[in-house]
Design a protein around this ligand. Structure first.
Ligand SMILES: [Zn+2]
Length: 302
């Protein structure tokens, strides 16, 4: 049985699946230098043993899905950082590190998810690059490289607007792999919770992008304090499998600020609420590390 089939059968039987926590912020916490334009991209070559150790620690904490450090390996981010010549090699190496970590640490089935980011996530986006055709080509090429390198599924992380999110999901679905949809939300100045670009509501985003494809929909890279409300909105808009992995702390590019990050015990309490609301897949985003995942495993019945 394929590893994704194993996950799918668990989900269809109404069981829960434990995701990993953050990859990027965990690398930062372990001293890996961040690139001011492409965040964790260089870690794959500069500190492969640390990337692998992060994956391994999540598997040992109980994660059934680990995420490749490919969020920052989107073509548009590498272009901006002058690293696009290594696009294929970086993505292939990132998958290899996850596969090796699984071989070293897993004693039960662990799926490997390739991360694709339809966002610049930079303070100074490469203006003019993200035209539709170029953006789609970049997402499709990355999805294909990740697929050929051996990932079991793809997660489109930080869907922040409808246009780029749609292109990335369409590109990922073209591989034939299962695709999970990760929607990010934050508040407007007036306090309204919207998609990250603040141009659309989450419901509008889910309606538009869910039509393209997706095996599960998530609230992710959304502050823990807003995640429960966002999840309730997601639940109304998406009738399929639901998941959530929230963040805690603040990003000041290129470094996550760990002050006031929620404790593992408190995060597990929040997760208990999400499980009761119908989340079947739970993990953590920025600021959430292996100790949090271990606590979820211990307390939440994964
Ligand atoms: Zn995050």
């Amino acid at each position: 049985m394929g590893i994704y089939t194993f996950l799918e059968q668990k989900l269809q039987a109404g069981q829960t699946v434990l995701l990993d926590g953050a990859t990027g912020t965990e690398l930062e916490k372990r001293g890996v230098p961040m690139n001011s334009r492409a965040w964790t991209a260089e870690a794959v070559f500069s500190c492969p043993e640390v990337v692998q150790a992060v994956h391994r620690d999540y598997i040992l904490a109980g994660a059934e899905v680990i995420t490749v450090n490919s969020f920052s390996l989107a073509k548009h981010m590498l272009l901006f950082a002058g690293l696009s010549g290594q696009f294929r090699q970086l993505n292939e190496a990132a998958v290899r590190l996850a596969i090796e970590a699984r071989a070293q640490a897993a004693t039960t089935p662990v799926a490997i998810a390739g991360s694709i980011a339809p966002t610049t996530f930079c303070l100074e986006p490469a203006k003019g690059y993200l035209q539709r055709a170029e953006a789609f080509a970049g997402y499709a090429e990355q999805a294909e490289i990740l697929c050929q390198a051996g990932v079991d599924l793809l997660i489109i992380e930080m869907i922040s607007d409808i246009e780029q999110g749609s292109l990335a999901v369409q590109a990922a679905c073209g591989t034939g792999l299962p695709v999970w949809l990760g929607f990010s939300c934050r508040r407007t100045a007036a306090g309204r919770l919207m998609l990250w670009d603040r141009g659309h509501t989450l419901s509008e985003g889910v309606d538009a992008i869910g039509k393209i494809g997706g095996s599960a929909a998530f609230i992710m890279h959304t502050d823990v304090v807003d995640a429960t409300l966002a999840f309730a909105e997601l639940k109304k808009a998406w009738s399929g499998t639901l998941g959530i992995y929230a963040h805690s702390g603040v990003f000041v590019m290129p470094n996550w600020q760990f002050n006031d990050v929620i404790s593992p015990e408190e995060y597990a309490l929040e997760a208990g609420v999400w499980l009761e609301m119908g989340a079947q897949i739970i993990g953590g985003c920025c600021g959430i590390g292996p100790a949090h995942i271990g606590e979820l495993k211990k307390r939440c019945g994964f």
